[in-house]
Write a protein that binds this ligand. Structure first.
Ligand code: ADP
Ligand code: MG
Length: 254
């Protein structure tokens, strides 16, 4: 059949979120600490889950990582369901990298062995990946060193290299800079962003510090008492906080 003259040109497909969570909920002792949270992280972007201590940020990340089970809700990666209440891809098959405040390198393993920890495949390929990443974080010269001989900032960069080594689709970062010296923090934030972009990982970054979110995020989801109360570009949230609590939260800490 000939095309009808009214037929419209095919539209470009909408981009698929790298990570999407839908209506995630988790309660402890009858209290919903994560209460109907929905969120998307697009490829190449840093989404920041920002909120005060105790509002449910880490619990949300743990469910996405698969180390905590939600009561209800769904988790999708690249358009595929990886977890709901009946179906569950185990944590090690989720293509998710993790980085926490306590970056916990293995003290008895060298820097190279730490970074190679999650890698499989031929020895030469693993070694090449370790060298590539250590070069990227500027620590190639420490390849045979042990964690205790490195500074806090250097250990943090090794932890970043370790998390990125298996080429995760998504990086979950839970207050990854809060253990660091103030003087170093901004530089390390900028370097980390640069490296995450080179590695093509979409990032969900958890923080309670508005200035960190403003510096790093493409999108901010403001969380309070288990719920996302506002979501948008950093500039918009900062300039048009939705309510008095949001204003107070931004002004308290700065
Ligand atoms: P945040 O990371 O934003 O500081 P969390 O997700 O760690 O918040 O915690 C949210 C709330 O859930 C807190 O009140 C915390 O005490 C509670 N909570 C977290 N994990 C558990 C658990 N395993 N059992 C009981 N309560 C928990
Ligand atoms: Mg936390």
């Amino acid at each position: 059949m000939p095309d009808s003259p009214t037929q419209t040109a095919p539209r470009a497909a909408a981009p698929v979120p790298r990570l999407e969570i839908r209506n995630l909920r988790r309660q402890f002792d009858g209290v919903a600490v994560v209460d109907d949270v929905s969120l998307r992280v697009m490829p190449g972007q840093v989404t920041c889950l920002l909120g005060p201590s105790g509002c449910g940020k880490s619990t949300t990340l743990r469910m996405i990582a698969g180390v905590e089970m939600q009561d209800t809700g769904e988790i999708w990666v690249d358009g595929s369901l990886i977890c709901d209440t009946v179906f569950r891809v185990p944590p090690e098959r989720r293509a998710i990298g993790l980085m926490f405040q306590d970056f916990a390198l293995f003290p008895h393993l060298s820097v190279a062995e730490n970074v190679a920890f999650g890698l499989s495949g031929p020895r030469e390929a693993r070694r090449a990946r370790v060298e590539e990443l250590l070069g990227r974080v500027g620590l190639r010269r420490f390849i045979d060193a042990y964690p205790h001989s490195l500074s806090g900032g250097e250990q943090q960069r090794v932890a970043l290299a370790r998390a990125l080594a298996p080429r995760p689709r998504i990086m979950l970062m839970d207050e990854p800079f809060s253990g660091l010296d103030n003087r170093l923090r901004d530089d390390i934030r900028d370097q980390t962003l640069e490296i995450l972009k080179q590695e093509d990982a979409a990032v969900l970054l958890v923080t309670h510090e508005p200035d960190e979110a403003m510096r790093m995020a493409d999108e901010i989801a403001l969380m309070r008492a288990g719920r996302i109360v506002q979501q948008g570009a950093p500039y918009n949230i900062y300039n048009a906080p939705k309510d008095r609590d949001a204003v107070a939260f931004f002004s308290d800490i700065n």
